[in-house]
Ligand binder design. Sequence first.
Ligand SMILES: Nc1ncnc2c1ncn2[C@@H]1O[C@H](COP(=O)(O)OP(=O)(O)OP(=O)(O)O)[C@@H](O)[C@H]1O
Ligand SMILES: Nc1ccn([C@H]2C[C@H](O)[C@@H](COP(=O)(O)O)O2)c(=O)n1
Length: 226
Amino acid sequence: MHCKIAIDGPAGSGKTTVAKEIAKRLGIDYLDTGAMYRIVGLYLHNCGVSPDSTEEIEKTLSTVSIEYKDGKYYLNGKQVGDEIRTAEAGIYASRYGANPVVRKFLTKIQKEICATRSIVAEGRDIGTVVMPDAQVKIFLIASPEVRAKRRYEELKSKGLEVSYDELLKQIIERDKLDSSREIAPLVKAEDAIEIDSSNLSVEDVVQKILEIIKERCSLNFQKTVR
Ligand SMILES: Nc1ncnc2c1ncn2[C@@H]1O[C@H](COP(=O)(O)OP(=O)(O)OP(=O)(O)O)[C@@H](O)[C@H]1O
Ligand SMILES: Nc1ccn([C@H]2C[C@H](O)[C@@H](COP(=O)(O)O)O2)c(=O)n1
């Protein structure tokens, strides 16, 4: 029986960090659905397509292939790099991610990836749309200020010139866009467990989630290095 673990939450709450670590410790796959929205958002933006022009988006996406292999993402066969990790790519992902055509296109791919394996998938609508039957659903939150500080430290450590105030503004904008959109909004699934990581270390969060997984999934917990 496959173990499906969904981790949803707003930007900077720690989803990617904890999802990757949990997948590694359990020796199962991990899917960063935000990366897929960033790939599509950046691509559509660079093609000059408006987030509101559904017809244009449909036409453009008909020539796009997004693949996921061994934890890496490919756009039209070419591996995607750090270009999707900028704050701007996050905003494009959020804006285009509100379009029903983009959601239908990516949700289909995400469901196909998740259907055939035990997996930790993270994003905004995993527990509500992509894997509604997940045995474990986590809604990971943190205060906007804590999330902006984390993002600031992260981008600074990559040598990027960033402003905390600008990042806080962008995080609040993305929170609003992601939770107020018509289709697949960022909401806590009814059967999700909320964890506030504002004052928790990464290890604290990982341990909390592993405890929940142990109760609900019959997975062996050998430590594996992947
Ligand atoms: N509990 C924590 N304590 C301190 N730092 C954390 C914690 N969780 C994550 N971080 C750090 O915060 C930054 C953002 O984390 P991460 O990218 O995992 O968040 P996210 O929810 O996936 O964000 P996004 O949705 O924008 O991708 C990273 O630098 C990560 O190392
Ligand atoms: N399942 C998802 C994942 C992501 N998005 C959108 C909304 C986010 O703001 C943006 C970037 O995601 P991140 O890399 O910050 O996790 O992509 C979505 O709509 N649905």
